[in-house]
Design a protein around this ligand. Structure first.
Ligand SMILES: O=C(O)CCC(=O)C(=O)O
Ligand SMILES: [Fe+2]
Length: 345
């Protein structure tokens, strides 16, 4: 295999998993994997009781299937087929838009790669802001459709995110007026957002590799669309109070998007909502793609535990932080970043 710039690997071409991508089994099997699905709550986000169902799901496991979201199957299909088209381009073309140091946007390995000694079996493309400058490099003569679809998708995701965030806050005991008064929601129209397209090529030895290593998402919440087929997303679920954890599969459902609670919502809820640990495993036959839409506060906004929740409990658990400050902490401490914000230990 000829070496490629920037240590990029063309994962679509391997017959064996190269040593660089083989993960120790102690890491892959850190917890047992649940055989059956059906453990992830399903919530119609415009249905009766939506707020209390969302609240229960966000306490545990910290993820749920959102149905009734109103995003058209046509748009979801377009995003998926454009993601496939992008990742099927020759590697050298994809590298024209590779993520530059210090920048979030662009093509490359998953941003969390830097925390692990082994490479993951995936590639990603992250979009913040206008897709045009990337799309025009990828498809010099035919980029309009890509731009239109991605822009429409981000708008729709923002609506879903806004709805879910409102339900989350209502379920915490805030009333509609208070929800509107919270900077985080009032400013959601200006919220920071990023769309990450993920590609997990079929893997010749899936039991030796990992698509996306275990992590939590850093923002408020993530809305994920995954392609139909074998699936791969798993969330870590604690068995009621026993302290034992299992990886539970979250297979694709045609009617649902998956919502994950992120670190900053855990902080905002003063620890009530679980920032769910999740990962993506790979499979032998299916080229899986997913689109993860991350929502977080605007850069300047300090996020701390909501006052009302603090008054109802033992006082704030965390000190306030902006999203960029928090990302800086994650870069240094990865999954210990939230601990560093704890006020009492
Ligand atoms: O592809 C998936 O199922 C998970 C993606 C993910 O966790 C992420 O992009 O942060
Ligand atoms: Fe994630």
């Amino acid at each position: 295999m000829p070496s490629l710039p920037h240590e990029h690997y063309d994962l679509h071409t391997y017959l064996h998993v190269p040593e660089s991508h083989v993960w120790p089994s102690s890491h892959l099997h850190d917890h047992p994997t649940a055989a059956g699905a059906g453990e992830i709550p399903v919530v119609d986000i415009f249905g009766p009781d939506a707020a209390s169902l969302v609240g229960a799901a966000c306490r545990s496991p910290g993820a749920f299937y959102a149905t009734g979201h109103g995003v058209s199957p046509r748009l979801l299909g377009d995003v998926e087929s454009l993601a496939r088209r992008l990742f099927s381009l020759p590697l050298r073309r994809k590298l024209l838009v590779s993520r530059r140091p210090g920048s979030v946007s662009g093509y490359g390995r998953p941003p969390l790669s830097s925390f692990f000694p082994k490479f993951m079996w995936s590639e990603g493309f992250t979009l913040v802001g206008d897709p045009l400058r990337f799309a025009s490099l990828l498809w010099p003569h035919r980029h309009h459709f890509f731009c239109e679809v991605m822009e429409e998708y981000m708008k729709e995701m923002k609506k879903v995110g806004e709805r879910v965030m409102r339900l989350m806050l209502l379920s915490l005991g805030l009333d509609e007026e208070e929800v509107d008064g919270i900077g985080a929601v009032a400013e959601l129209a200006r919220a920071a957002e990023a769309l990450q397209l993920n590609s997990y090529p079929a893997c010749p030895q899936p039991e030796r590799a990992i698509g996306m290593a275990a992590h939590t998402d850093s923002g408020f919440l993530t809305v994920l669309h995954q392609s139909a087929g074998a699936g791969g997303l798993q969330v870590l679920r604690e068995d009621g109070g026993s302290g034992l954890c299992r990886w539970v599969a979250v297979p694709p459902r045609p009617d649902a998007l998956v919502v994950n609670v992120g670190d900053l919502f855990h902080l905002l809820s003063n620890g009530r909502f679980k920032n769910v640990r999740h990962r993506a495993v790979v499979n032998r036959f299916d080229h899986r793609v997913s689109a993860a839409y991350f929502i977080g506060p605007p850069d300047h906004l300090k996020i701390g535990p909501i006052n009302k929740l603090v008054d109802m409990g033992l006082g704030p658990i965390f000190r306030p932080v902006t999203w960029p400050e928090y990302l800086g902490l994650r870069t240094r401490l990865f999954d210990k970043a939230l601990d560093a914000l704890k006020l009492h230990n």
